[in-house]
Design a protein around this ligand. Structure first.
Ligand code: 6CS
Ligand code: FE
Length: 314
């Protein structure tokens, strides 16, 4: 559907100066007559801060299977070549930064995406059926893992992918222990309540650069300073098996990793079925399917009794 038919409530990269626009979408929709699958206190923290930490969601056995599969995917045999993003620069050369769409390339990650512990919570928060807008494994390799500069995912997903409303969230599953020193994802609490527009015109095929180093669709330093003064900066570093959930508009980023400890996190982005993509609001060409899924025909199935995690393999 053309984005011209839908009012652009969050115009970005269209002016020379940044604006702070009011958030026009609830953070948690809920489901009528349903209680959340997690403590209400965690839901309240998510509404307040724009992120929340769920400890010990997956068992050590499940995590071991996921890590083994993540490391197998990194070897790239049988992987769609364009889905494997290497680190930038000389020091990063040869180190894998991300693998996109693992849930479409691995039975193990397909099972993770369907896991009701995650998708069920996403359905409650988004108040709708859900589907995977994007999945990725960020490897943040030892010594050579580069940073992800501050950004709002929604600013990119709205401008470059055509996501109409703020009705999506990310779940970052820790596959290795996160340490304060090895580049955990940092969040600005409360930043999700304002939409900070960005300046600068998006280059065509921007993803070829932005997945390595994002230079467009990043906020100005005055806005970042103001957000940090208002709500501070949190850097949760949970152990493997934990999950950090964050709203699509929460400002976040992560530092480079110069420690000997790789930091492997799997990200699942759940989008509300009613919020499927239209043409990009920034009027650039839609990004490739492996980054933003537009060809999904039905919402994620509700698995009543989830099957066990399959053994590794495609
Ligand atoms: O462009 C994107 O969709 C990706 N870029 C970042 C920095 N976060 C969200 C997503 O992985
Ligand atoms: Fe991001």
């Amino acid at each position: 559907m053309s984005s011209e038919l839908i009012q652009d409530l969050y115009p970005s990269r269209q002016r020379e100066e940044p604006d702070w626009l009011e958030r026009r979408d609830p953070v948690v929709h809920g489901l009528p007559g349903k209680a959340p699958s997690i403590d209400q206190a965690v839901i309240d923290a998510f509404v307040r801060d724009g992120f929340a930490v769920l400890e010990d969601v997956f068992s050590a056995k499940e995590v071991n299977g996921l890590v083994a599969e993540a490391k197998s995917l990194r070897q790239q045999s049988g992987l769609l070549p364009e889905t494997c993003i290497s680190e930038r620069g000389e020091t990063g050369a040869g180190a894998v930064r991300s693998v996109f769409a693992p849930h479409q390339q691995s039975k193990v990650f397909a099972r993770l995406a369907a896991d009701d512990r995650l998708s069920g919570l996403a359905r409650f928060i988004l108040g709708d059926d859900v589907y995977i807008h994007q999945s990725r494994i960020n490897y943040k390799p030892a010594f050579r893992g580069k940073d992800f500069y501050w950004h709002s995912d929604f600013e990119t997903w709205h401008t470059e992918d055509g996501m109409p409303r703020m009705r999506a969230l990310s779940m970052s599953i820790m596959l290795t222990d996160n340490h304060p020193q090895s580049g955990p994802t940092m969040f600005m609490p409360g930043s999700h309540t304002s939409f900070v527009t960005c300046v600068g015109e998006t280059p065509e095929d921007h993803y070829r650069q932005s997945l390595k180093k994002q230079d467009f669709g990043i906020p100005d330093t005055d806005s970042l300073s103001k957000l940090a003064k208002q709500g501070g900066i949190a850097a949760p570093a949970p152990k493997a098996g934990s999950v950090v959930i964050f709203d699509c508009n929460t400002m976040h980023g992560s530092n480079s990793n110069i420690t000997p400890f790789e930091r492997i996190n799997a990200f699942l982005v759940f989008n509300a079925w009613s919020n499927r993509l239209v043409n990009p609001f920034g009027r650039t060409r839609p990004r490739p399917e492996f980054i933003a899924h537009r060809q999904v025909k039905s919402p994620l199935a509700r698995l009543s009794v989830p099957p066990p995690f399959p053994l590794g393999g495609r």
